[in-house]
Design a protein around this ligand. Structure first.
Ligand SMILES: [Zn+2]
Length: 474
């Protein structure tokens, strides 16, 4: 397999990864044939098979402790532990997931999603990138690390937690972490479920946004009323809810909820400078990643990357009420429903934001309207990595060696279980992954770029060595 990204590092780790490349593709393809769709109960047997497949592979690799955990309400998760020979070496937990998003030919795939194929330098199939490809990348990195060092144990104590229901929102991850806190105890956490902004510009994700839900139902009369007999004389719940929606932003795109920005910590000058240096082709981004969106828009004074990574949002997901079928129906609707999600940034607290939103809506209920407000579960806190930590520095150095370029800090706009992991385990967390925006994760025709996955495996192989060296410093 040849790579179009030059130059190769020429390190022993790179040679050891390259020697295993063909076997890696065959092995990953076998795993991708198991449709481990956590969202679909009909596929829960496949999620269990996928966990057993991974456990068997880890045992073959020589991991001394390998367990499939199915003792909680969670779908089977895989745990493994390989202690370092040096008891003073740090313990690093790698987190990822082996379940995948649903995929069906009818969704618009141009090939069978669970019949993986190599086309050119791509491995195509559901899970090729997110996240089986990235877990396989870690396994390969560990093999290359051991081969390169000639040791029978890794330079750091390694633990793996590969969840079986991340794509279903990690609904029982807190339960798993509580039940197995002792086994999972670690000094540092590395998350593989992540990527780079672009193939030519190596980046490392250093933060994810948090998330809070809001649902508001406005009710007027007990049934829809005749718009001729009653229209203009009673409140219209749809009109009133539209008025509320319009108050969430001011003309500059700032969120108008009092106190909303109180705890927001802006990115550092170093991060803003690094983001400004990242290439961003706006027309290509609009036409490609943003699926034909016609213009960028958002909060005044911030770039698109800053809006996505470091600014909170108030997004209307749905606004429903009344009649929208064929022809017309002359009514005053009896109710209207609003669903919104708010992405949170450093250092916003979901519980505090939920309280602000509930009060904001309660203070604005118009006369003649009954309002029901809910903010769902506990929400997801944002997670920001410490750019000055040994962990982030080691990941940037490891990826830099393998990818042959400086690795710039970036972030992702989405939300995941990272804050839960770092809080439950009391350890700092960072990301290492080589997914690309063009990998079409969660979409039809998912693929992974194989030369990049191999560079990722090489990064992993360097990382254990670098972390062990840093961890032993006085
Ligand atoms: Zn994922």
């Amino acid at each position: 397999m040849t790579s179009t990204i030059e130059p190769l590092s020429g390190t022993v780790e790179q040679t050891e990864v390259a020697a295993r490349a063909d076997a890696f593709v065959a092995e990953l393809s076998e795993w991708l044939r198991i449709p481990s769709i956590s969202a679909d109960p009909d596929h829960h047997g496949d999620v269990a098979r996928s966990a057993e497949w991974l456990a068997a592979t880890l045992r073959r690799d020589g991991w001394p402790t390998v367990e499939v955990w199915s003792d909680t309400a969670a779908l089977p998760a895989v745990y493994a532990h390989w202690p370092a020979a040096d008891p003073a070496a740090p313990t690093v937990l790698v987190y990822g997931h082996h379940d995948v998003q649903p995929a069906d030919l009818d969704d618009g795939w141009s090939f069978a999603p669970f019949d993986p194929q190599v086309v050119g330098e791509e491995l195509r199939g559901r899970g090729a990138s997110d996240d089986k490809g990235h877990i396989a990348m870690v396994l390969l990195g560990v093999r290359a690390h051991l081969a390169a060092t000639g040791a029978s144990a890794p330079a750091v104590s390694l633990k793996l937690l590969v969840e079986g229901e991340e794509e279903s929102g990690s609904a029982h991850l807190a339960e798993v972490l509580a039940a197995h806190g002792d086994a999972l105890a670690c000094d540092e956490i590395v998350v593989t479920d992540t990527g780079m902004v672009d193939r030519e510009t190596p980046t490392v994700c250093c933060g994810m946004r948090g998330l809070v839900d809001l649902e508001v139902v406005y009710r007027g009369a007990s049934v829809d009323l005749h718009s001729g007999q009653f229209g203009g004389a009673v409140p219209n719940p749809v009109t009133e809810l539209a008025r509320l929606v319009a108050t969430f932003h001011d003309e500059d795109g700032h969120i108008a909820v009092p106190g909303f920005y109180d705890d927001v910590r802006e990115p550092t000058a170093e991060e803003r400078a690094a983001w400004a240096a990242l290439p961003f082709d706006e027309p290509a981004w609009l036409a490609g990643s943003a699926a034909g969106a016609m213009a960028t828009s958002g909060e005044a004074g911030w770039s698109t990357y800053e809006r996505l990574w470091a600014r909170p949002t108030a997004e209307v997901n749905g606004l429903h009420g009344g009649y929208a079928g064929p022809g017309h129906k002359t009514i005053v609707p009896h109710s209207a429903t609003l669903k919104m999600t708010f992405r949170l940034v450093d250092h916003q607290d979901p519980a505090r934001i939920k309280a602000l939103l509930e009060r904001y809506v309660a203070d604005r209920v118009p006369a003649g309207i009954d309002a029901e407000v809910s903010t769902g579960g506990p929400g997801v806190p944002p997670l920001i990595c410490d750019l000055d930590s040994d962990l982030v520095a080691s990941i940037r150095e490891a990826m830099g060696i393998a990818l042959g370029a400086e690795v710039l800090p970036a972030r992702e706009g989405g939300s995941g279980p990272e804050a839960l992991l770092t809080e439950a385990l009391g350890a700092p967390l960072a990301f290492l992954g080589v997914m690309l925006p063009g990998d079409r994760i969660h979409a039809p025709d998912e693929r992974a770029v194989l030369p990049l996955l191999l560079r990722g495996a090489e990064s992993v192989a360097h990382l254990w060595r670098l972390l062990a060296a840093r961890g032993r410093r006085p």
